[in-house]
Design a protein around this ligand. Sequence first.
Ligand SMILES: [Zn+2]
Length: 471
Amino acid sequence: MGQRARFVVALPFLVLAATTLRAQPPHSDNAHGAGTNGSSWIAHYREPAARLIGEAMSSTFAWQRLAFLTDTIGNRLSGTPALERAIQWAADEMKRDGLENVHTERVLVPKWVRGAESAEIVEPAYQPLVMLGLGDSAGTGPDGLQADVLALHSFEELDAKASQVRGKIVLFNVTFTTYGETVRFRSSGPSRAARYGAVAMLIRSVGLDGLRTPHTGALQYAPDAPRIPAAAIASEDADRLQRMVDRGGRVVVRRKMEAHFEPDAESANVIGELRGREKPEEIVVVSGHLDSWDVGTGANDDGGGCIVTWEALRIMKKLNLRPRRTVRVVLWTNEENGGRGGLAYRDQHRAELGRHVMMLESDGGVFRPLGFGFTGNELGRQAVKAIATLLVGIAADQINPGGGGADIGPSVTEAHIPAMSLDVDGSKYFLIHHTPADTIDKIDAVEMAKCAAAVAVMAYVVADMPQRLGQ
Ligand SMILES: [Zn+2]
C-alpha cells in the first residue's frame, strides 16, 4: 500500500502542470474546446472538490444521521412498519435539507415474516444450535421436523451422494471464501437438496468466522423443487455437527420455523434531487437501499450506503454548489428479498432512462473508502479516473473494474447506463453482513465521512463536467 500511495500522490501535480500548459476555459460548453480528452478540464474542479471534502470531513453529521436511523427506527425488512417509518423519515429529512422534488414512488413488495424459530441437536445429546432462518424460507409447520444430518461440502458431493439424501437434513458445510463463491449454497442449495428428497437444509453461515454469529440472507427456490425449510447456523455449530458426523453414528436435529409470506405490502423508493442549473433533464443517480434484514439494525447493509449517497446532495446544497446536470438520490426499497424497488424505478422512469448519465450504488458498507468500481466505455473510464485524482487526499482514488449494484442493475442493463459502486475496505464486512452484529458501533465516523466526501466529489464532477460521461 505504501508504494502505491507514493505513486498516486504525485498525480495531482502532473495534472496541474498539464493544465497550465493547455489552459481551457473552465465551464465552457464549446463541445470541441472542453471535451474530457486530456486532463486539463479536471483542474477546474480542484477547488470545489476540496470544499466538498472539507465539508464532509468537518462534522460527524453522516454518522449521527445513521445512528438515528438505526437506533430509533431499527431494522427495516420489506413490509414492516419500521421500513415505512424509515421511508417517511427520509423524505421529511430530505425536505429539511433543502433538497428538491422530494417524493416517494410506490412499490408493492413481498412481505416475508420470520416468526419464532429454533434448531437443536437431539441425538446423540441435546445441544441448541445458533441459527437464523434464510430469508424467504418456508416454515416447518407447527410440529417442526426432525431428521438425520447429512453433511456435504459441494454440489458435486450432493450429486454423488444423491441416494443418501432422501428424508435427511442436508448440511452444506462450505467454508466462506468470497461472497460470490459461497453464496450459491445459500441461494440454490435448498432446491438442489430438495430435488433428491431432503426434508430441510442447513448451511454454514455465508460469512467470515465470527463469535458464533449466524448470517441470514435470501434463498431462491427453483420452481420445480419442493420448498423445504432452510436456515443458516453459526460456523462453530457447523464444525460441531461435522465432528459428530465424522465420528460415525446418528446425528439428529430438530427444527421449528414459523416463517411464512403474507400478502404483498405497500412500500416506496425515496427520491430527492438537486436540479441541474443548465441541463436539468440529464440525471446522475446516487443510491443505497433503505430496507434491511430483520436482525441487527442494517447499519452497514445498507443504511450507511443510503446516508453517504444522500450526503452528496446535502453537502452540495449546503455549499451552494449546483452542478450543470441534476443529481438525484434514490433510497431503494426491497433490495434484500425481491429487488422490486430497482425494477419499479426502471419501469416508472423508462422514458428518461436515456437521459441518465451515470448511476451509482453504495452497498458494500461504509468502511474506509478505496475508490469506485466503474462499468462503462473507455472514455467514461478515463474521465472517472481523472475525477478520482481529486480524491488522492483521502486515499479514495482507485477506479476498479466492475461497478454496479443490485438496485441500479435493471435500469443500467436496459439503457446501457455507465454504472458505479463505492469501493471500501471490505475486510470486516462479512463478519457482520446479515447478522445481529450489523450495528452502527462497527462504523467509524471519519471513515464514513470520507465515503460521503468521495461520493460527493464523484457525483458533482460527473454532473457538472462539460461533456456527458462517456461521450
Ligand atoms: Zn445490501
